[in-house]
Design a protein around this ligand. Structure first.
Ligand code: DPM
Length: 322
């Protein structure tokens, strides 16, 4: 147990109001409370409406981070002290003055398939031609189209409960969702198939939580380190460095896989076209302590294999709104 020298302070945690965000925030609060029984941790839920942004220079916030902006503003404005994010939703470049202080132990980072009742007991391999698969992730779409071109892929929006209701109502034959999100919301029993790395490489940071706070709050950073998981941190820093080097945002067909063996870290990545036709893949191995260097190395290798052209085409298509 670590102790803090100064009199116990109250630490304010900013959280979105979504069910998943609250589950994650209260989990972190509980873990911290175990290490620091004398500190008072308070959860402050924040509106996710973009209207607050009008008060602060946009340049401070950056153009990405749909799920993180309000919380980041709250920290910059000293309304809250830290925020818990699904790491995969946290942009790889943070606003000035904020830092990724801690990464907690990762849950299974894989993607899962939830089938409609009538396909219970099946797998994607046995599903009939034309089956309707729901996903709004370009990464999942590209990789699954590559393996299963005979399916009918359809966009799906809304929170987990909304999506499940649409599946149960027969709008979809199967949904692709993160194992971690389903499990955190107590819906792990609805998982029928877990996709292997050969079928779907997961998103950067998937399954891990990232804690962001003000970079100058040294006392808080020390406190947060109590719940850091070193292996997860090394893996996720390699993944994030890879994504940053490719200048990819949250919505790009980029997938990764990482493994730690002794002192070594192996990082695999793919960049795919949205139709799943083009796909470049590469793997690098090196010391886990050089995680960020490995991410850059992998990005460089993939650029040599044509990743830049694939990504540029996608950005042009997104800008055109197709
Ligand atoms: C990001 C993606 C999705 C979320 C894109 C991707 C999935 C979007 C969709 C960056 N954020 O994965 O390629 O399928 O419509 C999200 C989920 C979780 C965090 C849900 C999910 C829970 C898992 C976790 C949405 N953000 O991926 O099914 O904390 O890693």
């Amino acid at each position: 147990m670590t102790s803090v020298s100064s009199p116990a302070r109250t630490i304010r945690i900013g959280s979105r109001k979504s069910q998943l965000a609250l589950v994650q925030t209260y989990w972190v609060k509980e873990q911290l409370q175990k290490s620091y029984p004398d500190i008072n941790f308070e959860v402050h839920t924040m509106s996710t409406q973009g209207d607050k942004i009008l008060d602060v220079a946009l340049a401070k916030i950056g153009d990405k981070g749909l799920f993180t902006k309000e919380l980041e503003l709250g920290m910059i404005n000293q309304e809250v002290d830290f925020a818990v994010h699904s790491l995969k939703d946290l942009p790889t470049n943070l606003p000035e003055g904020l830092t990724l202080a801690t990464i907690t132990e990762r849950e299974n980072p894989a993607d899962a398939v939830v089938f409609h009742e009538k396909y219970k007991g099946q797998t994607l391999e046995t599903l009939p031609e034309g089956a309707v698969i729901g996903t709004s992730s370009l990464r999942r779409l590209a990789q699954l189209r590559h393996k299963f071109p005979h399916f009918n892929f359809k966009d799906v929006r809304g929170n987990l409960n909304t999506r499940m209701a649409k599946l149960d109502a027969g709008e979809y034959d199967a949904l692709i969702l993160a194992v971690a999100g389903l499990e955190r919301l107590g819906m792990g029993d609805r998982i029928h198939q877990i996709l292997s790395a050969e079928v779907s490489l997961h998103a950067v940071g998937q399954g891990a939580l990232g804690i962001e706070c003000r970079a100058d709050d040294a006392e808080l950073i020390t406190i947060l380190k109590a719940i850091e998981h070193t292996q997860t941190r090394d893996r996720c820093l390699a993944e994030r460095s890879f994504l940053r080097s490719l200048e990819g945002g949250c919505q790009v067909p980029i997938g990764v896989n990482t493994e730690i063996s002794g002192d070594n870290l192996t990082l695999t990545g793919i960049v795919a076209s949205v139709d799943g036709q083009q796909m470049v893949k590469n793997t690098v191995t090196g010391l886990a302590k050089d995680a960020e260097k490995l991410g850059i190395e992998l990005a460089t290798n993939l650029r040599q294999q044509g990743a830049t052209e694939i990504l540029e085409k996608i950005f042009t298509e997104i800008q055109r709104g197709s």
